[in-house]
Design a protein around this ligand. Structure first.
Ligand code: HEC
Length: 447
């Protein structure tokens, strides 16, 4: 998408460091939110299937409440999902300027998919509630005439199928949004892949994308289980947290989070190993190991809660999980930094050029002197009164008297003129410089 390219302004090295910090921040908002969104949707659909299969009212209630977990407020979806994704896209557009635009494009695509997913998740949620209302109305035979009863029955069937479809589309859209997000971040890290003519396939089939996607999945389901525990069983929770239903949730969430917390370190180790060699550094390993150690500690906390049947470490576990997510994001940022060093050196040089030109255009910065250009370049082939490689200026300049623009044009792109001489090579001057040297030689030859 070209418009991203137009938005980019060359950045100084300091600004680029700042953008990297902002990227980390955006990701720390995005990843936990996206994880709980994905996790609760998957669990919700799973429990709905479970409820239908086994006719289990607990599973049905849990399925319904799970969608409410992240959909309590629409602006949260925008603030924690869409906005960070868009900022990442613009951030990467700045950082990967001149070398890779695919990363930004995939992030934009991911934002669009997430938007679609969020709309569908809300449809899923509302149809869930409506379908129950219609079902009750249908079962109780509400409606005064046969026609009304028929209508209600029709709505009941329609809402049910809408609910099913919305859930399915939401799930696909979310999974693709996540996949493109993970793919984009991994592509940014893997600078070796930039030149290899990247296309959708190169991110779909990259090993690091697949492994990191699985890692995201494990983390997402684990975090969702832990958020569920926190929501239902924190001391000042608005739900009582007692009774058969709550035992059902507790047992599921505890054992689930334990298994996933044990699997998570394996995924992290794998995700680190499959990274390109260019990206590996001491800091990348240090952060990966810190996350793994923390997870082992968390899994022991969960184990004790499960064994002793209490939820004392609930909040600590949630907090530590968020720390693990932050560590993983910083780890990936280090990997990105390490593998893109060369690229950033190019960008910094590009910025210096840009700055000098900008200053020259604005007339601030050191003035370009015609004398300097003459002494630096032209003198090799030109003298005012003697023939060197090129003709003496005193012979050629009179015809440019009063036609400075023509002279500037010639200097910027010389054409063959005098058969007695070879052609003049292009001197690669900028327009401002050509003007300065034209002024200088025109003023000097007369003396
Ligand atoms: C590598 C040698 C070389 C350098 C360096 C060089 N020139 Fe020339 N220049 C020539 C030659 C050879 C010609 C004659 C070309 C022709 O007549 O086709 C020429 C011709 C010219 C002419 C005459 C054009 C005309 O209309 O007859 C001007 C003016 C001129 N150069 C300006 C410059 C300026 C200003 C610079 C420095 C920015 C410069 N040149 C640097 C080789 C050079």
């Amino acid at each position: 998408m070209d418009f991203l390219d137009k938005l980019v302004l060359p950045q100084s090295a300091h600004h680029m460091v700042l953008i990297k910090y902002l990227l980390v921040l955006a990701n720390i908002l995005l990843v936990p939110y996206l994880s709980v969104l994905t996790g609760s949707l998957i669990f919700s659909i799973y429990f709905k299937k479970q409820a239908e299969k086994k006719n289990n009212p607990h599973a049905y209630r849990f399925s319904k409440e799970l969608v409410d977990l992240v959909t309590f407020n629409k602006s949260v979806a925008v603030a924690l999902g869409i906005v960070p994704l868009l900022s990442s896209s613009f951030g990467y557009a700045q950082l990967l300027h001149l070398s890779n635009f695919e990363v930004s494009n995939y992030l934009l695509l991911s934002a669009l998919l997430l938007l679609a997913a969020i709309v569908m998740i809300f449809t899923f949620k509302y149809s869930f509630h409506f379908k129950d209302i219609f079902k009750v109305a249908d079962e109780k035979g509400i409606g005064s005439s046969e026609f009304e009863k028929e209508q209600i029955n029709k709505y009941s069937v329609n809402t049910n199928s809408m609910n099913r479809k919305a859930g399915k589309i939401a799930l696909y859209a979310t999974i693709f949004a996540v996949y493109f997000y993970v793919g984009a971040v991994q592509l940014a890290i893997d600078s070796e892949r930039w030149t290899a003519g990247t296309n959708v396939f190169s991110i779909v089939f990259s090993l690091s994308t697949v492994v990191n996607f699985l890692q995201f999945f494990v983390g997402s389901l684990a975090l969702t289980s832990i958020v569920v525990l926190y929501k239902y069983f924190r001391p000042n929770s608005d739900v009582k947290g007692e009774g058969e239903y709550f035992d059902y949730i507790k047992k599921f969430s505890l054992s689930n989070s334990l298994i996933l917390t044990i699997a998570f370190p394996l995924m992290i180790a794998l995700g680190t190993v499959v990274k390109t060699k260019l990206a590996l550094s001491f800091m990348v390993f240090a952060y990966a190991i810190a996350a793994i150690i923390l997870l082992l500690f968390v899994s022991s906390l969960i184990y004790f809660m499960l064994k002793e049947n209490h939820l004392k470490y609930n909040l600590a576990v949630l907090f530590l999980y968020v720390v693990v997510f932050a560590l993983l994001i910083i780890k990936d940022q280090y990997a990105f930094d390490t593998s893109t060093q060369k690229h950033f050196a190019v960008l910094a040089a590009n910025y210096t050029d840009y700055e000098t030109n900008l200053k020259a255009d604005l007339g601030i910065g050191p003035a370009i002197s015609g004398a300097d250009i003459y002494n630096g370049r032209c003198i090799a082939c030109h003298n005012f009164d003697k023939k060197v490689v090129g003709p003496p200026y005193n012979e050629t300049l009179p015809k440019y008297e009063g036609k400075k623009a023509d002279l500037v044009k010639y200097i910027l792109s010389p054409v063959k003129i005098n058969p007695a001489y070879p052609a003049m090579p292009n001197q690669g001057l900028k327009p401002k410089e050509a003007e300065a040297i034209a002024d200088y030689i025109l003023a000097t030859y007369k003396k």
